[in-house]
Design a protein around this ligand. Structure first.
Ligand SMILES: Cc1cc2nc3c(=O)[nH]c(=O)nc-3n(C[C@H](O)[C@H](O)[C@H](O)COP(=O)(O)OP(=O)(O)OC[C@H]3O[C@@H](n4cnc5c(N)ncnc54)[C@H](O)[C@@H]3O)c2cc1C
Ligand SMILES: *[C@@H]1O[C@H](CO)[C@@H](O)[C@H](O)[C@H]1NC(C)=O
Ligand SMILES: *[C@@H]1O[C@H](CO)[C@@H](O)[C@H](O)[C@H]1NC(C)=O
Ligand SMILES: *[C@@H]1O[C@H](CO)[C@@H](O)[C@H](O)[C@H]1NC(C)=O
Ligand SMILES: *[C@@H]1O[C@H](CO)[C@@H](O)[C@H](O)[C@H]1NC(C)=O
Length: 521
């Protein structure tokens, strides 16, 4: 799906690109003559053959076991259903550069090969049919600096791997909340964390990016070196290059409080009141984080409310005042305990594992928290979603979730205008809604998309009628038809386009990498 996570790594795809003039870097001549030779022999896999020649043992074809083991790491069945001609699994930044250099200078005669720029972004966010996918699973270093102030993280890491290293040193970084999610997609798209109340988005805490640009050159972007690229990468997703290293800020972090609290659906009104109170900048406790999921399962008649709560001040005791009203409500179960970051990431990761490999769908929207309006609005939201779930239960094995996440102004403004998310133009406290749907049978895909689009429109209409619609769209949660980049606002879009022209004048990451959310150049 458009915003899925690969299980073992992060994947980026390059389709063959046919309209590039050849500039003349070091080894391109050799590559070019090999390609021309292969093309005149009508070898449709010319690119892959060239890659295999220059990166021996690192290119997998459909007959290799490593091809299948890379493909099954995609979170969604839709991504798994695409079949690149080959998959490159680089083991160094130099390999990424070599791969991009080979894929870049294709002569116009390559136009007849298997490139296809027009398939849906949904299934193609990080994979491609008949092109080349670069799987960064082996770029998985986690290197803590000697003063323990920063960590260099490879893009192919999953958070579980990062956190097990950091936990051992009692340090943490602002990253994802589920063990199996990939680093690169989450961080380049923003990144909401258990620590966001204290430190903002994951991207706000990156001090340096190492990036392979479209012409194969490797650069480092920091606030002083390539500062425009540095800023563009803080929310700009896969539009500027392949990030091969993130240097993130570390902070001291001992074991803290958290876990999952399940409640009966009869708590729903009380919860809506609680959320409206909780999501207010004046009183927001930065150590607290909350995700509340309402889950509709075809096989279970009753909707359950599931909260993931964390409180990252390790000295506090449960419940801190921020969670007291929630904790006082009737519970079905609670796993609240004091534990380390990995423990919580594994716990939620375990719950989400049932989605892996199924057809997956995400759609998101945000609304303004107006405590005078929000609880009543939420009751109406609930009704619309419940109706959609009943309709969608026509699909066997379907599950639908609605997740609420507080985004108070104090949280989303932490990064100031250092990121490109465009949130600086807002003052309100926001509540983010994420809907996920999973179902086994691909024959139901269109029905799910259509019904969810109807639901999305109804919710937007309802939010507008109540005067609480907010136009921001969180990229990492967006559906294939949403346009999160446009939602960053006109001035950020203009900035991103100008950075693309500067660092990717050939438009490799606009045209040759069709997946993901593009800049509209
Ligand atoms: C189960 C689950 C839990 C989640 N939890 C959170 C959460 O706690 N917080 C949050 O903010 N989001 C969360 N998300 C959303 C998540 O941020 C997005 O799905 C994100 O895209 C995942 O990144 P990835 O690297 O795993 O995905 P991929 O699908 O591999 O990549 C996503 C995008 O990033 C691009 N990309 C990949 N690697 C690179 C690279 N090296 N350089 C440049 N571009 C690259 C790809 O081309 C693609 O467009 C979650 C998603 C899932 C499925
Ligand atoms: C895939 O198989 C081919 C042919 O056996 C081999 O040359 C290549 O090295 C294999 N690739 C990998 C990554 O193992
Ligand atoms: C190109 O994409 C379209 C739309 O997804 C698809 O129908 C067609 O089969 C694709 N062609 C190739 C050669 O992959
Ligand atoms: C963490 O909690 C303890 C115990 O409640 C408190 O004394 C301390 O001030 C808190 N730390 C911060 C930074 O708020
Ligand atoms: C690659 O692109 C960057 C950014 O446009 C440019 O600074 C650099 O000179 C280019 N390198 C080569 C070898 O063309």
């Amino acid at each position: 799906m458009a915003i899925t996570s690969s299980n073992l790594g992060v994947l980026l795809c390059l389709a063959l690109f046919s309209h590039l003039a050849f500039s003349a870097p070091i080894d391109r001549k050799g590559i070019l003559s090999l390609l021309l030779d292969l093309l005149t022999k009508k070898n449709d896999n010319a690119c892959c053959t060239a890659l295999d020649r220059f990166l021996p043992g690192k290119v997998s074809f459909p007959t290799n076991l490593s091809y299948t083991s890379s493909q099954i790491t995609f979170w969604s069945a839709q991504e798994q259903s695409l079949h690149p001609s080959c998959i490159v699994i680089p083991t160094s930044t130099q390999d990424v550069s070599t791969a991009v250099t080979i894929l870049n200078p294709l002569p116009a005669t390559a136009g007849h090969t298997d490139h296809n720029f027009s398939h849906t972004p949904h299934a193609g966010a990080a994979n491609i049919d008949g092109g080349v996918t670069i799987d960064t699973q082996s770029l998985n270093q986690v290197t803590v600096s000697s003063d323990q102030k920063t960590v260099s993280v490879g893009p192919g890491n999953r958070w579980g791997n990062v956190y097990s290293t950091l936990d051992a040193l009692n340090v943490a970084m602002v990253g994802g909340r589920l063990s199996q999610v990939g680093v690169a997609g989450l961080v380049t798209g923003g990144g909401v964390s258990f620590f966001s109340g204290r430190y903002g988005f994951a991207c706000d805490n990156i001090k340096a990016y190492e990036v392979v640009l479209g012409n194969g050159t490797t650069v480092t972007a920091t606030s002083t070196s390539n500062p425009r690229l540095f800023r563009a990468l803080k929310g700009g997703s896969n539009n500027f290059g392949i990030v091969t290293r993130f240097d993130a800020v570390l902070f001291q972090q001992d074991a803290f409080l958290g876990g999952q609290i399940d409640q009966p659906i009869t708590n729903k009104e009380a919860y809506f009141d609680f959320l409206a109170d909780f999501t207010q900048s004046e009183t927001y406790d930065p150590f607290s984080a909350l995700i509340t999921v309402f889950a509709w399962l075809q096989s279970v008649p009753i909707v359950t409310i599931m909260h993931t709560v964390t409180y990252t001040n390790g000295s506090a005791s449960w419940p801190p005042p921020a969670f007291k009203p929630l904790d006082d409500m009737p519970k079905l179960s609670s796993s609240v305990r004091k534990a380390k970051l990995s423990s919580f990431a594994n716990e939620i990761g375990g719950d989400a594992a049932i989605s892996q490999g199924k057809n997956n769908f995400f759609v998101t929207l945000s609304f303004v928290n107006n405590p005078a309006v929000t609880p009543e609005f939420m009751k109406q939201v609930y009704k619309l979603v419940d109706d959609a779930a009943q309709d969608l239960f026509l699909a066997l094995g379907l599950a639908l979730t609605m997740a609420f996440q507080p985004l108070p102004h104090v949280l989303y403004s932490k990064g100031g205008d250092e990121n490109v998310l465009g949130l600086g133009r807002f003052e309100d406290d926001l509540i983010n809604l994420l809907f996920t749907v999973i179902w086994p049978d691909p024959l139901n895909n269109q029905m799910v998309y259509d019904r969810m689009r109807t639901l999305e429109n109804a919710l937007i209409g309802l939010a507008k009628d109540n005067g609480i619609y907010n136009e921001w769209v969180y990229l990492n949660y967006a559906s294939q038809w949403q346009n999160p980049i446009t939602a960053y606002g006109a001035s950020e879009v203009a900035f991103l386009k100008s950075v693309s022209k500067q660092y990717d004048p050939q438009g490799i990451f606009q045209k040759a990498v069709p997946g993901g959310f593009k800049l509209g150049l």
